[in-house]
Write a protein that binds this ligand. Sequence first.
Ligand code: S3P
Length: 379
Amino acid sequence: MTARSLPPIYALTDRRASGVSAAENVRIFVEAGIRCVQIREKDLPGRDLLAEASAAAALARRAGARLLVDDRPDVARIVACGVHLGEDDLPAGAARALLGPEALIGVSTHDPDAARRAFDDPAADYVAFGPVFATPVKGGRTPAGVEALARVAAFRTKPLVAIGGISLDRLEAVWDAGADSAAMIGAVNGADAAARARSAVELARRRFLPRKIWLVGFMGSGKTTIGRIVSRRLGLPFFDLDAEIEAASSMPVRAIFETEGEAEFRRRERAYVEGSLAIPEGVFAAGGGTFAAEGNRRAILRQGISVFLDVPFEVLASRVPARADRPLFEGAEQARRLLEERLPFYRMAGLSVPLTGGETPEDSAEELLRRLEERTCVI
Ligand code: S3P
């Protein structure tokens, strides 16, 4: 069995608190960007649970999220999802025999010794430990506290999920203690569930996604517009290479090209990229030619992650001529050749985000963040 990672947020359904069905709850979670969800409806009759789980499994599959069902390997087998097992449920080995090698299987533990045994159990993919904080859900158990969580994290050999009383404002403490994932129940059910689920995702992104991101791609691909949104979402400063060069030169890019020549523009571009090595974090929008130059590329590839906004030429062509500030966009045929020359370089970026060009900038930014999560194993 291969080691599996878990995303930093793991949401559990609670139809009583949320007032919606488990499947609807799963929909709310995955739409908020949560990529690991457990159906935990202990008193739902078997046939109802099965119906909810199979609807949720379809939703989760479409969203690329993991789904687990609490306590019930039989239901997990029928709907082809994972299972989370409590200490009184079937042992992980039995569930593995039923579900096969691919299914995600997690086990609950309530003290460090049990956690140690669970880490040693080859059938368990992850170990949940808690309650970390006091919670009404875990029936009066004494909370273990973040110190105990940190002790367990120190000997973990598989993903560790912290559970119990984890509110939005406790997420950082739980991740600081070494938990790979924070299980949330109360905090993401009830009033404002969707908004709080989105806040949890936002916190995870700010903490786990790279803090230095370079957007590269052709003129008109949206590097500046999308970069600005991504920077806001991640709480990072935004830098636009062309704007930086224009500010430092006190003239527009076109004027630099016309009065000083392209070579001088490239020299300033190169100097900016070198200088950016000293900037600790931020979202950077490159110029269309920046990443095609080897020296720039090498410097950018050494920083955080580079992202290629891959937009069809027809869309780029329809966007660019409307503006007179791109000296290197002289006409459709010339621009198409230039794009073709540069595509092999753009494709050297750490991540490519294919866009049709029909998305809103917000949706394009969301798509970029989602792919970044995948690429950096945050999901
Ligand atoms: C250029 C693209 C422009 C700007 C300059 C050169 C290029 O940036 O850097 O006009 O070589 O493709 P944008 O891609 O932001 O338009």
